[in-house]
Design a protein around this ligand. Structure first.
Ligand code: 4NP
Length: 158
């Protein structure tokens, strides 16, 4: 079982989007039995809340259902439990690295570079307009494809 955790600040916009998109792509490749996917936030403000309505709407337009997800905060056990812990931006990467024991640091990385582009951060859309949420979906879809390809190669899943 490969365990993948997506992490942003609030766990209501970017990481639940990545959670649902990546899970969808895993299922499409018939690899659902090989993966466990989850998401969490570095901050505690939105614990137990469903994803932001704007993220839900944008995702739904592209065929992803975020409605069943609920926000939670990253826990100490996540670092031992998960194999890939992927931060949506450099700030969240920094927070994760600070609370991670040295033996698990190799699991913690930025998510977007898996998309193969030059950008490293999935920008926080929370205080912006609708186009920010659409941009998050574009970036997340791209990086999810790259991440899944990479894990399939590393774990020889196909
Ligand atoms: P997320 O977006 O980290 O992608 O879930 C945010 C959600 C809430 C806040 C900031 C970013 N906030 O400041 O409450």
């Amino acid at each position: 079982m490969v365990k993948v955790l997506f992490v942003c600040l609030g766990n209501i916009c970017r990481s639940p989007t990545a959670h649902a998109v990546f899970e969808y792509k895993v299922a499409k490749q018939n690899l659902g039995h090989s993966f466990e996917v989850d998401s969490a936030g570095t901050a505690a403000h939105h614990i137990n809340q469903p994803p932001d309505k704007r993220s839900q709407r944008e995702a739904k337009q592209r065929g992803y259902d975020l409605s069943r997800l609920r926000a939670r905060q990253v826990t100490a056990s996540d670092f031992s439990d998960f194999d890939y812990i992927l931060a949506m931006d450099a700030e969240n990467l920094g927070s994760l690295r600070k609370s991670c024991l040295p033996q698990y640091l190799h699991k913690v990385a930025l998510f977007l570079p898996y998309g193969g582009g030059a950008e490293v951060d999935v920008p926080d859309p929370y205080y912006g307009g609708e186009e920010g949420f659409s941009h998050v979906l574009d970036l997340v879809e791209l990086a999810s494809d790259g991440l899944l390809d990479e894990i399939i190669k590393q774990r020889r899943l196909q």
